[in-house]
Design a protein around this ligand. Sequence first.
Ligand code: TTP
Ligand code: MG
Length: 405
Amino acid sequence: MRYAIHVDMDAFFAAIEQRANPALRGKPVIVGGRPGSRSAVATASYEARRFGVHSGMSTSEAQRLCPQGIFLPGNSSHYLHTSVKLYKLLREFSPRVEPASIDEAYVDAEVHGNVEDFGRRIMQRIESELGLTASLGISDSKYLAKVCSPFSKPRGLTVLLRSDVPLQLWPRPVQCLYGVGEKTREQLARMGCTSVGDLARMKLPDLQGRLGRPGVALWHYARGEDCWSIITPGESPNAKSIGHEHTLHEDMFEQSRVEAVLCDLCERVSRRARRAHMAGRRLVLKLRDPNFYTTSHGRTLPRLIDSAEDLFAAARVLLQETRFWRRGVRLLGVSLQKLSDTQHTRQLCLEFDRASRQSSAVVDRINRKYGDHAIGLARSLEAKPRRRGGPVFPSFQPPSNLEGV
Ligand code: TTP
Ligand code: MG
């Protein structure tokens, strides 16, 4: 089974200082400059945290809380060096590692056998090779892996699968969700919502009305639904958009012809998106008139889309809204943006319409076997190249038997 594993080092800067100087081990180490120098605490060892010292507080306050604290200025090149070693070590467990911060990374791992054992092996390697401890969050969702990694810090390992959310996550305070800061926590508390379960059970329109789009995202997170995906540095930076544009042979004025070209473009974009295992939440339409005046018009959609039908439905609405095409169209373009990786988040993107996904899968299989334009939406026929006197799709002979397609 495939898992997202969030690795977060414990008291990273302070632990590196303790590793370098054994006399500091077991002592309250505070990294972040001298007290009274207006500096802030970068981090504190767990021994210092017992006194209430935490990242971000002034070092003067830290000294007041923990007079016996050992204050150190820090050494960023040491920390960076260790960070690089950590990523390298993690890549021995899976080639798909996404560094998330100086001491955090996500590992996308296919695990055969017990995933806790797999996680413990990662922790042991970190301890033996780096001389440091880490805490791990393991899930079938990247978001949940991030949320649960601090649950049993330091040196903790927590497994929180999406199916565990009602039992394990809902009783916890809402601020354990990534994305709920102090301000949001207060807003939610005013709505009587203090636990993750309270949030998950809220009526979505109420939450949207009070918190807007961030509220909608949090509501989904509280229910174990997200579309986060692990992106490794070597991967194309998840192409910010997938688009196609076409300069027409002649300027077009008729709506039906413009729509046919639009439909053809949507098919192309949809095909590329599905091949890259991407779906998008925003569609942008680009139009150029015969005088080279160019405009684009986009819309963020309520759900992720990747099928030609969905792209075309959204593009058609945009086209009708612009009315710009009435001046004549010289160039038409469609791009799908706000992309998410559907391969790693397939089950998470619950919004996908099952029927549309199944028909897209069949279209892809036929096109893979018989060529890219073998089958598509009827609406785009007019825009496809025709051979003089020949059938619309000269390269395509309908297969007598679709088995094995
Ligand atoms: P964190 O992972 O947030 O903290 P941590 O590793 O020290 O402790 P924890 O066990 O809770 O994970 O941050 C990693 C390092 O980044 C931390 O050691 C110091 C640095 N840092 C800052 O410089 N300023 C900050 O405000 C925070 C939060 C971290
Ligand atoms: Mg950390």
